[in-house]
Design a protein around this ligand. Structure first.
Ligand SMILES: [Zn+2]
Length: 229
C-alpha cells in the first residue's frame, strides 16, 4: 500500500482557501472519498440546509480544475486581444489616466440624455405626455446636456496637457500573459490570477479574477478606442 502521499508533507492544493459555496458564501472543504479501489476528491459546502445554506454545493475536484482552467484560459485570451488592440490603435496615452474615464462617463451621460430627448416627441405624439410636459422636459434635457457638454469641453485641454507615464498602467496584463501557454494550473498561477472561486452548481462556477477593475477599464477603453480611434 502506498501511503507516501499522505505522510507528513504539507501539500498546498491549487485552490486552498479559495473555494466558497455560491449559495451561503462559506468556504468549501476538500474531502477524499474512497469507493472500492478508487479515490475521489470533492469540494463540499460544510453548511447544511438546516444550518442556513439554501443549496449546499458539492463537486469533484477534477471537474472544478477543468472549469477553472477553462475560465482562466478564456480570460488570458481576452487580455491578449486587448493587448493587440492597444498596440494597433496606439491610444494608450488616452487610456492611461482617470481624466479620460471622466470624459468617457460624460459621453455616456450625454448620449443617454440625447436619447431621452429624442424619445420625447414620440411620447408626445402618442399622447403619453402633454404639449406642456413635452416643452418643459425638452428644455430640461437641453439644459442638462449643455451643462455636461461644457464640462466635457473643459476637460479636453487638460487631458491633452497631461504627460502622465502610463507604462505601468498595463503591467497587470503581464501577470496573466505569462501563462499564455500554460498547460496545467498550479498554485503559484492560481494565487497570482485568482482571488476566489464561487461554486454555483456542479456545472457552474464564478471565478473572481485579480485586477478585475483594471480589466474592465481596459475593456471599456478598448471599445472606445475601436469606435473613435
Ligand atoms: Zn453553502
Amino acid at each position: 500500500m502506498d501511503t507516501k502521499a499522505t505522510s507528513g508533507h504539507k501539500i498546498v492544493h491549487p485552490f486552498s482557501g479559495m473555494i466558497t459555496c455560491g449559495s451561503c458564501g462559506k468556504n468549501m472543504t476538500r474531502k477524499t472519498v474512497s469507493k472500492g479501489k478508487n479515490k475521489y476528491i470533492y469540494y463540499a459546502c460544510s453548511t447544511s440546509k438546516k444550518n442556513g445554506c439554501y443549496s449546499p454545493s458539492m463537486l469533484r475536484e477534477d471537474s472544478l480544475i477543468n472549469m477553472v482552467t477553462q475560465k482562466v484560459k478564456e480570460r488570458i485570451i481576452k487580455i491578449e486581444q486587448l493587448e493587440l488592440i492597444d498596440n494597433r490603435s496606439n491610444y494608450s496615452n488616452f487610456c492611461g489616466n482617470t481624466l479620460s474615464l471622466r470624459i468617457l462617463d460624460l459621453d455616456g451621460k450625454i448620449r443617454k440624455l440625447s436619447q431621452f430627448k429624442s424619445n420625447l416627441y414620440d411620447s408626445f405624439a402618442q399622447g403619453i405626455i402633454t404639449a406642456g410636459d413635452f416643452k418643459d422636459l425638452q428644455g430640461l434635457y437641453e439644459k442638462e446636456i449643455s451643462i455636461l457638454e461644457d464640462k466635457r469641453l473643459s476637460l479636453i485641454p487638460t487631458l491633452q496637457d497631461q504627460t502622465e507615464d502610463v507604462s505601468d498602467y498595463f503591467s497587470w496584463k503581464d501577470v496573466f500573459l505569462q501563462y499564455l501557454n500554460m498547460t496545467k494550473l498550479d498554485r503559484p498561477a492560481v494565487a497570482k490570477m485568482i482571488q476566489g472561486i464561487r461554486v454555483i452548481s456542479k456545472e457552474e462556477i464564478v471565478v473572481d479574477f485579480a485586477y478585475q477593475h483594471e480589466y474592465e477599464t481596459a475593456t471599456q477603453y478598448t471599445e472606445w478606442g475601436c469606435k473613435n480611434g
